[in-house]
Design a binder for this molecule. Structure first.
Ligand code: 6PG
Length: 237
């Protein structure tokens, strides 16, 4: 069942996402003594990562107990402005007391994308505790785009894909990783996401056309604009 948390605007979404993550990470560490966290790229999570970094003085997040993975990566070097690792490092990872050995980035710079994907598959745990996801206006999440062959993967947990976005060459987790995750957090902000959010949460289930439906069971933090096409009453924040 979906949990939707609807907040007033983008500013409130940033705070709600950071709060939710801080609580979920703390809960996970309290019960499992560690927390594996998969980060997403995109513009929506960046300010939430920054907000989370600002809370690093709080004892609530024991960063040394957190291990970070990525849900997808663009096939560019890690210092490229389009790199998801670079964004996460600038916004969060470089600013908190995380053990650098606990940060597992996807090697988007490798020439052999399939080998980079296979190596990343081997280092992923069986279940990631918390996976953060965004949603594209056409329904993609991570780098799982509509009708991609990656959506049919049952065995490989990370694959190389060519997607209709810039840059086109990507590495992405596949549906089994989302299915195994303990918690999924989807962030969507703005009117441009309103139609896809409504179709994803209230339309017929068809993840081949709307891959973000693979996260339908997760927690969706939306601002009013992104939630504006939902018919059902959602839980107010
Ligand atoms: C990426 C992402 C991707 C993103 C969505 C939403 O690498 O681009 O992981 O799935 O989350 O495209 O992006 P925005 O937050 O920028 O709308």
């Amino acid at each position: 069942m979906t949990t939707s948390i609807i907040v007033e605007d983008h500013h409130a979404l940033v705070g709600a996402a950071a709060d939710w993550l801080a609580r979920a990470i703390a809960r996970c560490i309290a019960s499992r003594h560690s927390c594996s966290l998969a980060l997403s790229g995109g513009s929506t999570p960046r300010p939430a990562y920054e907000r989370l970094a600002e809370r690093s003085a709080s004892p609530a997040i024991a960063w040394p107990s957190v291990t970070v993975y990525f849900g997808d990566e663009r096939c560019v070097p890690p210092d490229d402005p389009r790199s998801n690792f670079r964004m996460a490092d600038d916004a969060l990872l470089g600013r908190v007391a995380i053990d650098p050995a606990h940060v597992h980035r996807m090697a988007g710079e490798r020439r052999d994308h399939a080998a980079a994907a296979a190596d990343y598959d081997h280092l992923l745990p069986d279940r990631i505790d918390i996976v953060i996801l965004g949603v594209g206006p056409e329904g993609h999440t991570a780098s799982l785009f509509p009708h991609s062959s990656a959506l049919g993967e049952h065995e490989r947990r990370v694959v190389a894909v060519t997607v209709p976005a810039d840059p086109p060459e990507r590495l992405t987790i596949t549906p089994p990783v989302l299915a195994a995750a303990r918690e999924l957090l989807v962030l969507a902000s703005g009117l441009a996401k309103a139609e896809v959010v409504a179709a994803a949460l209230e339309g017929p289930l068809d993840p081949d056309a709307l891959p973000v439906q693979l996260a339908r069971r997760g927690t969706w933090i939306l601002d009013r604009a992104a939630a504006s096409r939902l018919r059902r009453e959602a839980r107010p924040a």
